[in-house]
Design a protein around this ligand. Structure first.
Ligand code: KG4
Ligand code: ZN
Length: 360
């Protein structure tokens, strides 16, 4: 038997500087330096600030990952780096750093699509077989993908405007709840009445798996304004009811669109059907429970990798690089950084740009 490959992964496409060492299916070390505090005053990620912070932190982050993994560069089989999609300055910082390491050591360089990193995580953590259905749902992404191989993905739907995490964050801001909005809206919703405000379920009346969340943000703004106009402010119960109504609307949309995506996926008669979820919004208890129930009803396994591997990290990049290298796909020093890089080249391009950068 050949020994499992040991790969260094590097991620810097958004607001997390990350490095990890993965050996086979084992995450030997994973280090993430977040930048939340650097962008806190600006209402979103500032690309130039992000790029500078990545350039400053990458080598420290890589050193820490190698030291935690108790390996040196000489123990590695390859260097995998996010080459897109994302904020171009950050992606360039990572790609240049990886090229420098590859040139100095002679190690193979592997350029990885960030979304492929997320999409292959269920194989890293649960050794799921192809094909499986994946929902990426975070502050920057929202799409359904059927993963057929390490480089073959079919996108069967996604958001046409904002990602749900963005909508959770905006809702929290409108209600005066702390950031990140997802956890605080979820907490407030626990004591709220999900039926008090009749919020829209966008695009549910249209066929297909595409989603839209920007109208929901506007609906929450209007509902809040009408309460404030009536009472002069929001009580804790108003906050809870608005949060619960918002969360119920997002859950309904995700569940119905997942039902349709599963329908399409199951038509391919996979031997052991699997639905996997990744991204920060996958942490939401109500959404998770509803999707689990849907999968159980359709005899489909539900896989949710641990949260630290669902959100941005470099272990997923190292693992995607490992699969690419095993398939004989390596890059050379001509590797370029790509701000946009759809996983499914045949799907119609997704328009718009989220607060965390271009949508792939
Ligand atoms: O995957 P992630 O860490 O970063 C990217 O956006 O790429 O996701 C962060 C997003 C934020 O918008 C955050 O509000 C949301 O995930 N989130 C949640 C929860 N925890 C985090 N949304 C809903 N419920 C949660 N419990
Ligand atoms: Zn991501």
């Amino acid at each position: 038997m050949t020994h499992p490959l040991t790969i260094l992964g590097i991620e810097s496409s958004c607001d997390d500087t990350a490095a990890a060492v993965v050996r086979g299916n084992d995450v030997v070390a994973s280090v993430v330096y977040g930048q939340t505090s650097l962008h806190a005053n600006f209402g979103g990620v500032v690309p130039e600030i992000a790029a500078r912070a990545h350039a400053e932190k990458l080598d420290h982050c890589i050193e820490e990952a190698l030291s935690k993994a108790e390996v040196t560069l000489a123990d590695l089989d390859g260097i995998a780096v996010t080459a897109g999609p994302g904020l171009i300055g950050g992606v360039l910082s990572g790609v240049m750093c990886a090229k420098g390491l590859s040139a100095a050591t002679g190690l193979p360089l592997i350029g990885v699509n960030h979304l492929a990193g997320h999409a292959l995580t269920p194989r890293l953590t649960d050794q799921v077989s192809y094909p499986y259905l994946m929902l990426l749902v975070s502050g920057g992404h929202c799409q359904f993908l059927i993963a057929k191989s390490h480089d073959q993905f079919r996108r069967i739907g996604g958001t046409i405007d904002d990602a749900p995490g963005e909508a959770f964050d905006k809702t929290a801001r409108l209600l005066g709840l702390p950031q990140p909005g997802g956890p605080s809206v979820e907490k407030a919703a626990q004591t709220g009445d999900p039926k008090r405000f009749a919020l829209p379920r966008p695009l549910l009346n249209q066929p297909g798996c595409d989603m839209s969340f920007s109208g929901l943000k506007t609906a929450i703004l209007r509902a809040r304004d009408s309460v404030v106009a009536e009472k002069g402010g929001l009580t804790q119960q108003d906050q809870a009811d608005l949060s619960a109504s918002f969360q119920a609307a997002v859950t309904d949309v995700l569940v119905e669109k997942t039902r349709r995506a599963l329908d399409i996926y199951l038509q391919s008669s996979p031997t052991r059907p699997v639905f996997a979820i990744a991204g920060g919004v996958a942490a939401n208890g109500q959404i998770r429970t509803a999707l689990m129930a849907l999968c159980a009803a359709l005899d489909t396994d539900f896989v949710a990798p641990p949260l630290h591997l669902c959100t941005d990290n470099a272990a997923m990049i190292a693992y995607a690089g490992l699969e690419q290298m095993q398939a004989g796909h390596c890059d050379d020093l001509t590797l370029s950084a790509r701000p946009r890089w759809p996983l499914d080249q045949s799907a119609a391009p997704m328009l718009g740009s989220g607060k965390k950068g271009a949508k792939a």
